[in-house]
Design a protein around this ligand. Structure first.
Ligand SMILES: Cc1ncc(COP(=O)(O)O)c(C=O)c1O
Length: 378
């Protein structure tokens, strides 16, 4: 039987079971000490930023966009290659969405997109740390700050990544979001967080997460039209167990990621394979957490066939993500300038297995299977 390599397979430490059992026995299943402890641990990792845990990355975006809207933001400029639920969340709180192509290295917004924002309407600028590649571009930050726009960072994939300046992702922006979906570097099964250094934004995010309620005990009152966006104590207990070993999990991912890059370099120049296989340059960023690994397939091969042939060898693979304007629900969104790299990544990109449970032999198996899939019969 051939080796099976899954796209993602989170390592849940043994201790998680005991923590979940303790949380269950405590009788406090929501808004209790486990959520508070995980918030503290993540805050310590993120340079003391306020961390507000919620039920998913998309919910975190909903809360963050709501807060920006309350501050007079009317529009958000976002990269076209982005998880489409970000555009949904912006739209849900009444923000206009403006798209721009990604730049092909860091796969985030290019700085010159800022200069092309149409006049009128206060805009927030969204950058993404796609696949855990730090999408922070100092020039983008400078231009955004110079015209006084808030910077929203989609760091859903980037817990554990660091930018060029050595800053942890999610710590420099006005507001950032994290996701704890099982394909991320830390998982709570489902979960997310709002991250900010702004105490007023943090206090209002806590209120919005908890239905808009302010005050304690008999003083409680509804001050905002909020959401039930709370993370349960059981989910937080899983996250606490993972957080305790996160540095080791990240190191294991990075080892697997670096081995892939080495092996894929050989494939890219292999004389028997169709030319054009490449890995986006951002994966070589020293601060990347290797949340996932995506390659670009040669134009001459069918991704559908490659996925099917990899599956025959027990290797799971999938499309890397989405171009927002190519989604039926968002076909009407305006784009500034031509959009070329984003659709190409959606159409020719292929996400390969990468997770902390993989061994070097799994990488060899995937790369050999990919070689066979790209040139069947050779
Ligand atoms: C870049 C990015 N942003 C946002 C999200 C949404 O996060 P969630 O699935 O936790 O709602 C994801 C999820 O996969 C993502 O990859």
């Amino acid at each position: 039987m051939s080796r099976k390599v899954r796209l993602a397979h989170p390592e849940i430490p043994e201790g998680a079971l005991a923590l979940v059992a303790q949380a269950l026995r405590s009788g406090h299943l929501t808004s209790g000490e486990y959520v508070a402890r995980l918030e503290e641990r993540l805050s310590a990792r993120l340079g003391g930023r306020h961390v507000i845990l919620v039920s998913s990355g998309t919910t975190a975006a909903l809360v963050a966009f709501h807060l920006l809207s309350d501050r007079g933001i009317e529009r958000v400029l976002m990269p076209d290659f982005l998880f489409p639920s970000m555009a949904s969340a912006a739209r849900r709180v009444g923000l206009d969405v403006l798209l721009a192509d990604i730049e092909p290295r860091l796969l985030s917004l290019p700085p010159d997109a800022i200069d092309r924002i149409p006049a009128g309407g206060r805009t927030a600028v969204l950058s993404v740390d796609q696949f855990g590649i730090p999408g922070h571009n100092p020039e983008l930050e400078r231009r955004t700050a110079s015209i006084g726009l808030p910077w929203f960072e989609d760091a859903a994939c980037a817990l554990g990544s660091r930018d060029d300046a050595g800053s942890a992702c999610a710590t420099r922006s006005t507001v950032a979001i994290l996701s704890f979906h099982p394909r991320k570097t830390l998982t709570t099964a489902e979960g997310g967080a709002v991250v900010t250094s702004d105490p007023d934004l943090a206090a209002r995010a806590r209120m919005l997460r908890n239905l808009g309620v302010a005050g304690q005990g008999t003083d409680r009152r509804f001050e905002m039209a909020g959401y039930n966006a709370r993370m349960s104590e059981l989910h937080a207990a899983v996250g606490l167990a993972q957080e305790a070993v996160l540095d080791e999990l990240l190191e294991r991912r990075r080892r697997i990621g670096r081995l892939y890059l080495e092996r894929l370099d050989h494939l890219a120049t292999h004389p028997d394979l169709p030319p054009g296989l490449s890995v986006p340059a951002g994966f070589r960023h020293p601060g990347s957490n290797f949340q996932s690994l995506v390659i670009l397939l040669p134009a001459s091969v069918s991704r559908h066939d490659v996925v099917a042939r990899l599956a025959e060898d027990g290797v799971e693979s999938t499309l890397p993500g989405f171009s927002i304007h190519a989604q039926p629900v968002f076909a009407d969104l305006p784009c500034i300038g031509p959009v070329e790299h984003s659709p190409r990544l959606q159409e020719s990109g292929l996400a390969l297995p990468l997770h902390e449970r993989m061994e070097p032999q799994d990488v060899e198996h995937v790369v050999e299977a990919l070689q066979r899939a790209l040139a069947p019969g050779k």
